[in-house]
Design a protein around this ligand. Sequence first.
Ligand SMILES: *[C@@H]1O[C@H](CO)[C@@H](O)[C@H](O)[C@H]1NC(C)=O
Ligand SMILES: *[C@@H]1O[C@H](CO)[C@@H](O)[C@H](O)[C@H]1NC(C)=O
Length: 413
Amino acid sequence: MTQLLLCLAAVCVVVNADVRLPQYTKYGKNLVLGGGVLMDDNAHVWSRIVDMAGGKAKARIGVISAASDTPATSAKYYVDLLVNNYTALEATFIPVTVDDVAKNSDPNVVKLIKQQTGFFISGGDQMRLVQAYMMAGNIPSPALQAIKDQYNGGAVISGSSAGTAILTAGPMVTGGSSWDALRYGAQESLTHSHDLTYRKAGGFGIYPEYLLDTHFSNRGREGRMIRLLSDTRHMSNGVNYGLGVSENTALVVTHVGTNNELGEVFGELGVTFFDVSKSYTDPAERYYSLRNVFVSYLTEGDSINMKTRNVTFSPNKTPLLGNEGYDHALTSNDIFFGEGSHHRKTEFLRVAASLFDARKDTMTFGDTHLTHPQFRVTMSKTGTDTEGYVERHGDFHSDTHSYKNMYVEIGEI
Ligand SMILES: *[C@@H]1O[C@H](CO)[C@@H](O)[C@H](O)[C@H]1NC(C)=O
Ligand SMILES: *[C@@H]1O[C@H](CO)[C@@H](O)[C@H](O)[C@H]1NC(C)=O
C-alpha cells in the first residue's frame, strides 16, 4: 500500500493510493448489473456476487438499501441471504438513507465502507439514492466517494433494479412507458402520466459508457430506451449505447476500463443492447422516427466485449442460419407488451426471435397497441454482421434465442 500526503490550502490528508483487494488480479474493476426481481434461489447470480467480493468466507458486502422506503428492513433481508445462503463472511447495512442523509459524511460510515470487499445496491427509487448519497451541485458525498475508491481497488459493485440504473454517468432513466416515450419524448419532469422521465445529471457515475435500464423485456421498455438514447446522445454526458437487463438476470462485467472489459449474461432471461451511434431521424415524418438502430440480445452464457461490442455466443448455442425451425417470422400488434415469463417470450423478443428462426423472411415488424399515432417497429436480419443463435429446449417459447446486430427502425405507420 502506498501512502501519499496531499496538502491543499494548508490542509493535509493521508490518502491511500494503490489499495488493491486480492480479487482485483482476477476481475479488475467489476460490476454485477442486475435487472430487478433477483430471486433468492438465483444461485448463479448471488454466488457470483459473493465470489467477486473475494469469495466464500472472505467476502464482506456492504448492503446499500437507500432506494427502498424501508431501508433497514430491506437491508436485513439481503444481509441474511448473503451470509446464510451464499456464504459471505459478513454483510452489513450501510446506514445512509434519505431520513439520515448526514450519515453520508460521517467518518465512521466512511470507515465502515472502506472495510467492505463488495457492495450490493438494492432496488426501489433511484432518486432516493441520489438524495442520500449525492451532495449539492451533484458532488459525491464522502460515503459515495469511499464506495468509488473501494470499487477502483477491486470491490465488486452489484445492483438490482434502481441499484443498477443509478450506476450510470449519462442521463439516468427515472420512469415512463415505451409508447409515451416515442410520442412525447424524454422529459426532465412529468407532464403526462406515463412520460419518459430522466435525470440529466445522471447517477453515481460509476459506469459511464452505457445508459442502463432494468425490468427490461418484462415491461417492454425497448421503445423508451431507444427514445432516451436518441434524445440525449448529443448532451455532454450523452451516450450512444444502452443496455436493458431483464428480471432475475444480470450482466456481470469484469476488467472495466480495459480493452478486455467483458460482459457475461447470467440468469433467467437476457440483456438487450442498443447502438444508436449511426441512427438518424427522418425530418419528413410527422411524428418521431428513428432509422439505423442496431439491437443485440444475449442470454445465459453469451458474452460481449464492452469496448468493441464484439459478441461471443455460448458454446451451448448453435447458429440459426440454415437451422431455422420455421418458414415465416411473426408480427405483433402490441410490440411493447411485457409480462412474459420463462415459458413465454415478451412481444419484442418473440417477434425478433421468430425473425432469426425463419427461413423465408428477412424482415418483420411489430406495431404499438396505442394509436394516434401508431408506431411500427421494423426489424431486419440482412446486415453483414447480423447473426442469430439458439439453444433448443423443445418449443419456440422455451428455446433460448440470442442475436446480434439486428437492424431496427421506428416510425409512424
Ligand atoms: C436460505 O436460508 C434459509 C435459512 O437457512 C432457508 O430457510 C431458505 O430456504 C434458504 N433459501 C434459499 C433460496 O436457499
Ligand atoms: C469477436 O468474437 C469472435 C467470437 O469469439 C471471435 O472469433 C473474433 O475474433 C472476435 N473479433 C474481434 C474483432 O475481436
